[in-house]
Ligand binder design. Structure first.
Ligand SMILES: [Zn+2]
Length: 481
């Protein structure tokens, strides 16, 4: 098995076929694909990863990378009013309006660095900044999308650039000048730009990048426009992502406009499929949950953002019961730790239901712990891969060699054995325990450090100083206008 063009990694344990296996090595070919597992005794000169376990790379299915600049800047009351998602959104818009293409690159690189340091190897970037701050298209309408892709590739992260369609502020709503950077008024312009982006992304590079379509929401995209976007995606079998029912106000506006809830509208218009991912999908009825299940759609939860924004608790138990594939996203990047999103999916329900192991319901007690951890880990890996059209998510032969290692002696998981290791990782792993990250057979993170880390952090710190530098004289924490 030790052909010269193969790389072999030998940790203490490898998570494959749903369990941790000892005494095996992971063999990769020179194209960065997994050949298979080999018995530890049969491999020559492996790269020894002592006291470490290999796990498949995590898939972050929903990100707005530039929002990383907002971290720590919105955790306060803005006025004598209720602070909600909508007041947060105004602050986010105001930051978004001030970013140059280079700023977007620097902010994205920071977000992607943090992702890869936490074991994430592919991201679905829901990208809606298209134009100059005044709302004029750049000479290349995809300039900003390409800056985000460049950031991901420079970091070493695979990326699905989910290019957003955004047409209006909402049903019977006045245009909001702060949305000027997002707007493409007609589907023809939007699809022309998508088509161009698909042609311009070089598919031959080591770190793959591809395109998906993201009609922003039923609020921002009217039905006719939406039909054309989805038809285009269906023809080319591309992923379709959409914010669905994150906020009650969005649901009631949809009922007012169409007489149907967002999920009912999507179903009756035939817009759901197994390539459709509903982001958030919190404020839904049991009927809507069953509908998404029948369609084979994915629901992407972003619990660390949803708790930060006060969105509500996603009924993950009902989705599991209906067989809906659930993925996870770090969304606004209030925190970037996909395993925290995985555990919150369960924890929020525990607080609400005053019960434990809610997402393992229906499973016999003896299998309970393993089943719960496996279900949550699947959300962070294979379900995310399905959602964004990535080929990773497991360590099966033929898949890309995208994986990370954890330090088995790290304080957060020390003492765990093969039996309870996955539950320890899902519920307790500190990001500091992630030591190696490999994407396509290439080592991107070693001993918990990324090659470009200092440079990326320095550039980002400069950007933050530029964006928020007058903060001290600016009592409310709002950006200087
Ligand atoms: Zn989002």
């Amino acid at each position: 098995l030790n052909e010269s063009n193969q790389t072999t990694w030998l940790p203490d344990l490898i998570y494959a076929d749903g369990r941790f296996q000892p005494e095996v090595a992971l063999v990769c070919d020179d194209a960065g694909r997994i050949v298979g597992l080999a018995s530890a005794g049969e491999v020559e000169n492996p790269t020894r990863l002592a006291n470490r376990a290999i796990l498949p790379g995590l898939i972050n299915a929903h990100s707005h990378a530039f929002q990383r600049v907002l971290r720590g800047r919105t955790e306060h009351r803005t006025a004598n009013q209720q602070d909600t998602f909508w007041t947060w959104r105004e602050m986010m818009y105001s930051a978004a309006a001030r970013l140059t293409p280079e700023d977007i690159y620097d902010a994205s690189r920071m977000a992607f660095l943090e992702m890869i340091l936490g074991g994430i190897t592919a991201v679905g970037e829901f990208h809606y900044l298209h134009h100059s701050p005044e709302g004029a298209p750049y000479d290349d309408a995809n300039l900003l999308a390409k800056e985000v892709v460049r950031a991901a590739r420079d970091v070493g992260l695979r990326i699905a650039l989910l290019r957003v369609a955004y047409a209006r502020a909402g049903f019977q709503a006045e245009p909001n000048p702060r949305q000027a950077r997002f707007i493409e008024h007609d589907p023809e312009t939007y699809l022309r730009n998508v088509e161009k982006l698909i042609g311009d992304l070089d598919g031959s590079q080591a770190v793959s990048a591809w395109v998906g379509l993201a009609p922003h929401s039923v609020r921002a995209v009217p039905l006719d426009y939406l039909r054309q976007v989805v038809a285009y995606a269906n023809e080319r079998e591309l992923p379709v992502h959409m914010h669905v029912a994150e906020q009650m106000a969005e649901v009631s506006a949809c009922i007012q406009e169409y007489g149907r809830s967002p999920v009912a509208l999507l179903e009756t218009e035939g817009l759901l499929s197994d390539r459709f991912t509903a982001i958030h999908a919190i404020h839904v009825t049991p009927k809507a949950i069953a509908t998404l299940g029948r369609a084979g759609a994915t629901v992407c939860a972003c619990p660390t953002t949803e708790r930060n924004l006060g969105d509500g608790v996603i009924p993950a138990d009902a989705y599991f019961k209906e067989g809906v594939s659930m993925a996870l996203g770090t969304d606004s990047h209030a925190l970037i730790d996909l395993l925290e999103d995985a555990r919150e999916l369960e924890y929020h329900l525990r607080l609400q239901r005053m019960e434990r192991a809610v997402l393992a319901s229906g499973v016999l007690p003896e299998g309970g712990a393993a089943v719960l951890a496996t279900r949550l880990f699947d959300c962070a890996t294979i379900n995310g891969a399905k959602a964004i059209g990535a080929s990773g998510g497991t360590l099966e032969p033929g898949r890309p060699a995208d994986f990370f290692t954890v330090d088995l002696n790290d304080a957060s998981i020390a003492g765990a054995s093969g039996d309870d290791l996955l539950a320890s990782v899902v519920f307790s792993l500190s990001r500091a325990a992630v030591l190696d990250v490999v994407v396509g057979g290439r080592q991107i993170v070693s001993e918990g450090r990324h090659r470009e880390q200092e440079k990326i952090v320095e550039r980002f710190s400069k950007l933050q100083a530029k964006l928020w530098g007058t903060q001290k004289e600016n009592s409310g924490g709002m950006p200087p206008s």
